[in-house]
Design a protein around this ligand. Structure first.
Ligand SMILES: Cc1cc2nc3c(=O)[nH]c(=O)nc-3n(C[C@H](O)[C@H](O)[C@H](O)COP(=O)(O)OP(=O)(O)OC[C@H]3O[C@@H](n4cnc5c(N)ncnc54)[C@H](O)[C@@H]3O)c2cc1C
Length: 468
């Protein structure tokens, strides 16, 4: 597909449409986040690091999407699940060996918010994520109750603010959060946290809060250079659309990255003087061809509906490409994703009114983005890729096993990350309607070479630094 930039006034396009939140069923993104990865693929633009994402606990977009990090868990509410018969389960007690260990790791979810495979080991804080994930997979609802302290692990002492790990006790002591109930500790440390949910008609001071492990961020995306330039001349990408977020993005870094690259792209576009120069040829034909190509996907008689595509893509991504993965289910999911895209190409998407037409186009691109993520993941796993950042790559031959108080969880045995994979990126590109997946060595950066004014400043003065 050709990308006719703007309306014929510019040779520059900046993709800044955010992350592909709609890819997953279990998602803490607001509704309607589609991003532009599918569009970029259709335009032949290279994507990188699609294997990297973030998952963590939060309330889903069906209600009010929000991460339960920071003081929400540092207040240490009681976490439990409810089964179909309405029975309560104190499931975290099946994982941790003592009430102190359970409460301390719940607290640590505050600043160790995203899931990380290695934190499932040694009774770490991601065992909380795994436990919640397993409860949800078993069809139970998971809740946190701010009017109850964590219940004791059977056979152990009850919860006490005096029986917490040193880092936790010190933090709460410094914060002055010695109140007896979680809701009072939360009110003391962050009263707005309670008000925030009240605004969305959920009063956590009165009723328990339902939550789950959700997808929250795409760390990969459009491959860009230091100025935000993509592999397509004149096309830039900034923010979550750009693949600049690495493997273990620290909280808060997404917004900063968007601001930094927004400024850099603007500076570069200005230096190139491209924004104000007219396109080289007549854009009308190109734009028309693009529109015709887009509209060709809309076919009233197609058996494929937007709803069916959405359900299929989101279920596949959450079930097979969430925080727990394995080679077999990813490979199967990839084949199914390929089949869906072939069917879309062949039969188009049914659409009625005009709003649905736009959704149909967005879902065509999401289906493609989903195949690209699964393709990158499959490639990574087939080449020995291990667990890092977002996902645990489960493997019966893996070196690591998460332990619980009643023994190791063999089915979650997982691979370690391979050192060599730290020096390369997985690159995905659509060529002749086929996903091409390869690796590219990371740029190296010599930390010892410091900037030197008299050597470096001339390149800024002359504009050489922009590499136009
Ligand atoms: C619950 C939650 C909590 C988070 N907390 C933090 C945090 O504490 N710190 C942090 O750094 N990051 C956080 N993030 C991540 C961060 O919010 C996002 O990465 C960041 O907002 C992305 O910014 P963006 O400008 O790239 O995209 P967005 O903010 O998503 O903006 C994209 C814009 O493009 C528009 N758009 C989309 N498609 C099109 C189109 N086709 N044409 C025209 N316009 C389009 C959208 O309407 C939107 O206005 C959080 C994310 C979530 C979901």
């Amino acid at each position: 597909m050709n990308l006719p930039y703007g309306t014929g006034h510019s040779q520059v396009l900046v993709l800044a449409a955010g992350g592909p939140g709609e890819l997953y069923r279990d998602s803490v993104y607001p509704n309607g986040c589609f991003g532009s990865l599918g569009l970029a693929l259709e335009a032949g633009i290279e994507l990188v690091n699609l294997t990297e994402s973030q998952f963590g606990i939060g309330t889903r977009r069906e209600g009010f999407p929000w991460n339960l990090s920071g003081t929400y868990v540092q207040a240490m509410p009681h976490v439990y699940s409810i089964d179909a018969e309405g029975r309560e389960h104190h499931f975290l007690a099946d994982y941790y060996r003592s009430t102190q260990e359970l409460a301390s790791n719940l607290f640590r979810k505050g600043y160790q918010w995203p899931f990380h495979a290695t934190r499932m080991l040694d009774f770490g804080s991601s065992l909380v994520d795994l436990a919640i994930y397993r409860e949800s997979a078993a069809g139970r609802r998971v809740l946190m109750d701010y009017n109850r302290n964590p219940m004791p692990v059977p056979g152990d002492l009850p919860f006490s603010l005096d029986r917490l790990d040193d880092d936790v006790r010190q933090y709460l002591g410094t914060a002055g959060a010695g109140q007896a109930q979680p809701i009072d500790r939360l009110r003391h440390m962050n009263p707005l946290a309670i008000e925030l949910y009240r605004r969305y008609k959920v009063d956590i001071a009165v009723e328990p809060l339902e939550f789950a492990v959700n997808n929250q961020h795409m760390n990969g995306g459009i491959q860009v250079d230091r100025w935000g330039r993509s592999s397509l001349a004149g096309c830039y990408a900034v923010g979550e659309a750009a693949g600049t977020h690495g493997v273990t993005r620290p909280g808060g870094a997404a917004l900063n990255a968007g601001q930094v690259f927004g400024t850099r792209a603007a500076e570069h576009i200005s230096a190139c003087r491209m924004a104000k120069s007219a396109p080289l040829g007549d854009m009308t034909d190109l734009a028309e061809a693009g529109v015709v190509e887009l509209l060709a996907v809309l076919r009233p008689d197609s058996p494929l509906t937007v709803k069916a595509i959405r359900t299929q893509v989101q279920a596949r991504m959450s079930d097979c490409a969430g925080m727990i993965c394995d080679a077999e289910s990813v490979a199967l999911a990839l084949r199914e994703a390929g089949r869906l895209n072939a069917e879309i190409s062949q039969k188009g998407i049914a659409s009625g009114h005009s709003a649905e037409m736009a959704r149909a186009l967005q879902w065509r691109q999401m289906a493609l983005a989903s195949e690209a993520v699964l393709g990158a993941l499959d490639f990574f796993i087939r080449h020995g890729g291990g667990s890092r950042g977002a996902r645990a790559i489960c493997d019966s031959q893996g070196e690591c096993i998460p332990g619980t108080r009643s023994g190791p969880l063999q089915e979650y045995r997982f691979r370690k990350e391979r050192e060599a994979h730290r020096s390369e990126q997985v690159v995905v590109k659509l060529e002749d309607n086929q996903l091409k997946i390869s690796t590219r060595a990371n740029h190296t950066f010599d930390e010892n070479v410091r900037s030197f004014f008299e050597r470096d400043w001339p390149a800024w003065l002359t504009g050489k630094v922009y590499d136009t």
